[in-house]
Design a protein around this ligand. Structure first.
Ligand code: IPE
Ligand code: IPE
Ligand code: MG
Length: 246
């Protein structure tokens, strides 16, 4: 029996965020270069997207490259950027077939021109797709995003466009990169690390966290199902008591 049959499709998370981690270790285990791990992570991305769309998950956000990842060896950074361009290019057809809209968050201006061009092209092409919004976090870090939002708000106050009292949680959230996306209910991290690594700190405030030792290139839709089943067993209390919920 597939894990799929254990999922209650009436109680699906609307938004799943993933930290795709462990490509380097996966390659090392096989005596290969780190880049080999990144290349093999693409299959996991494809299978996860297809699995999510089939289920009816409306938003999927993947951490593809963090602000801190710029500090990796130049060769690896270059290889990752190349892989990004070729993957988005190759997968545009699959996104269209699955009705997936591509979106991106992060400091996109810091990406190589070739990268942002490919990204823009596919975002425009997929803009009307309705099944699922796939957001890639690229050159993204949450502290960067929050600082950026604070600056924008400060500028608006300085220009007299708004008052300090107008800055509410809702207004603040509207100045984040994710203003168009609901907060994730479920966050998955692969590779057995128990940390957030500067990912969606604001948005994950009440997300359920799921950690798996699987390395990203081995992750498949069945692993996504397992995470969702685990999520559906949890009681999300939002500060209240069990009795209040029932
Ligand atoms: C995740 O895998 C991919 C990126 C961060 C781009 P890693 O490259 O971090 O793999 P490990 O964690 O070193 O095994
Ligand atoms: C987080 O993974 C970033 C991405 C998956 C893109 P890292 O491998 O960079 O995280 P740390 O440095 O081990 O926390
Ligand atoms: Mg890592």
């Amino acid at each position: 029996m597939s894990l799929l049959e254990h999922i209650d499709t009436n109680r699906l998370p609307q938004h799943i965020a993933i930290i795709m981690d462990g490509n380097g270790r996966w390659a090392k285990e096989k005596g290969k270069l780190r880049v080999f791990g990144h290349q093999n992570g693409v299959r996991a991305v494809r299978d996860t997207i297809e699995g999510a769309v089939e289920l009816g998950i409306k938003y999927l956000t993947l951490y593809a490259f963090s602000t801190e990842n710029w500090n990796r060896p130049k060769m690896e950074v270059m290889a990752l950027m190349e892989l990004l361009v070729s993957t988005i290019n190759k997968e545009t057809k699959t996104l269209m077939q699955n009705g997936v809209r591509l979106n991106a968050i992060g400091d996109l201006s810091s990406l190589p021109a070739k990268c942002s061009k490919q990204l823009q092209e596919t975002m425009i092409k997929t803009a009307d797709n309705k099944n699922c919004t796939l957001t890639l976090a690229l050159s993204y870090s949450s502290r960067w995003e929050i600082t950026h939002a604070a600056r924008q708000l400060a500028l608006k106050v300085q220009a007299g466009e708004m008052n300090v009292e107008d800055i509410t949680e809702v207004v603040f959230a509207a100045h984040l990169n994710t203003s168009e996306i609901p907060d994730p209910e479920l966050m998955i991290r692969t590779s057995g690390e128990f940390r957030i690594s500067n990912y969606l700190l604001w948005q994950l405030a009440y997300a359920e966290l799921y950690f798996t030792p699987k390395l990203w290139p081995d992750f498949r839709r069945e692993d996504l199902y397992a995470a969702i089943i685990d999520y559906q067993k949890r009681e999300r209390r939002f500060g209240m008591t069990s009795e209040q919920l029932n």
